[in-house]
Ligand binder design. Structure first.
Ligand code: C2E
Ligand code: MG
Ligand code: MG
Ligand code: MG
Length: 290
């Protein structure tokens, strides 16, 4: 981990000292430099129509290409970013980079019009007074269409949503942006809260999808979320699908869209772009004048 890395760098005998000193402040500074210095990379994990395997959306997932430690997943730095507030510039960077990349794919492929882009928003970002203008500015700058963007929020945001937060989320909806609840089922969001928020998508957490075949409770939760989506007129996306059996079970219960290693892992931008072009090149034939 970071402390160990710092200790190694510092040399033997100074482990105690550096594991304390490479504290939150220093790690925060390193992370902020990474954001400013272009050490971050956005990977894209496709979400597919479960019935056909066609790519319907891509979710932006941040990675840190650390000069010493190599490619780090968000599990290694996103909590620190959230605690220190570094997630605010980090999140804006991810949104901008993802919108720019996806706008580029769209520009060369008229058939890719319906393709959606999903980007994760942290609770700290949602709490920023200037969230809406930040998002608007990035959309204007990159030319990415608001009605093809989905912003994913966590259940904790739903539970803590005060009137100002609800106002910001509504303003995002008014721009045409979809709002998804990520990892749905793991938190404590009361249905009454869910209902008064402008949420349009529920993402079933991977833990329930994992158990869908042999854990009756996990299976019931998946079914309940699918029914909830129907009742509230929200789309439902299953995450973390790793087997054909899980995909089949989800299709059987009426879940149309899914994401998971069984279909695609998160892909570096080039590979994601190649996949999108392969799929949508055929659709483009229809758009060309005869
Ligand atoms: P998430 O938004 O729920 O994203 C799904 C995570 O599950 C990703 O991990 C993805 O790689 C992983 N995953 C997808 N399919 C499978 C599967 O079939 N099996 C397994 N075992 N895992 C699967 P990743 O990329 O490590 O991201 C972890 C979390 O970090 C994300 O969970 C999200 O909450 C957060 N995150 C990622 N990027 C950002 C970002 O730009 N901003 C913020 N605020 N959070 C981010
Ligand atoms: Mg997500
Ligand atoms: Mg999720
Ligand atoms: Mg998850």
């Amino acid at each position: 981990d970071t402390a160990l890395y710092a200790a190694k760098r510092a040399g033997r005998g100074r482990y105690e000292y550096y594991s304390d000193v490479m504290d939150t402040k220093a790690r925060e500074a390193e992370l902020r430099r990474a954001v400013a210095g272009n050490e971050l990379v956005v990977y894209f994990q496709p979400a597919v129509a479960l019935a056909t395997g066609d790519v319907r959306a891509v979710e932006a997932l941040v990675r840190w290409n650390h000069p010493v430690r190599g490619l780090l997943g968000p599990g290694e730095f996103i909590d620190l970013a959230e605690e220190t507030g570094a997630v605010v510039p980090l999140g804006a960077w991810v949104l901008r980079a993802a919108c720019r990349e996806a706008a580029g794919w769209r520009a060369g492929l008229p058939g890719a019009g319906p393709l959606r882009l999903a980007v994760n928003l942290s609770p700290k970002q949602v709490a920023q007074a200037d969230l809406v203008t930040t998002v608007e500015d990035i959309l204007a700058e990159t030319g990415f269409p608001p009605d093809r963007l989905t912003l994913e929020i966590t259940e904790s945001v739903i539970l803590q949503a005060d009137p100002l937060t609800i106002g910001r989320l509504q303003a995002l909806r008014d721009l045409g942006i979809q709002l998804a609840v990520d990892d749905f089922g793991t938190g404590y969001s009361a249905l009454s809260y869910l209902r008064r928020l402008p949420v349009t998508v529920l993402k079933i957490d991977r833990s329930f999808v994992t158990g869908i075949a042999d854990d009756p409770e996990a299976r019931s939760v998946c079914e309940a979320v699918v029914h909830l989506g129907e009742a509230f007129k929200m789309s439902v996306v299953a995450e973390g699908i790793e087997t054909a059996d899980q995909a089949t079970a989800l299709v059987d219960m009426g879940c149309a869209i899914g994401q998971g290693f069984f279909f695609h892992r998160p892909l570096p931008p080039q590979e994601a772009g190649a996949l999108i072009r392969r799929q949508f090149a055929a659709a483009d034939q229809l758009h060309r004048p005869a």
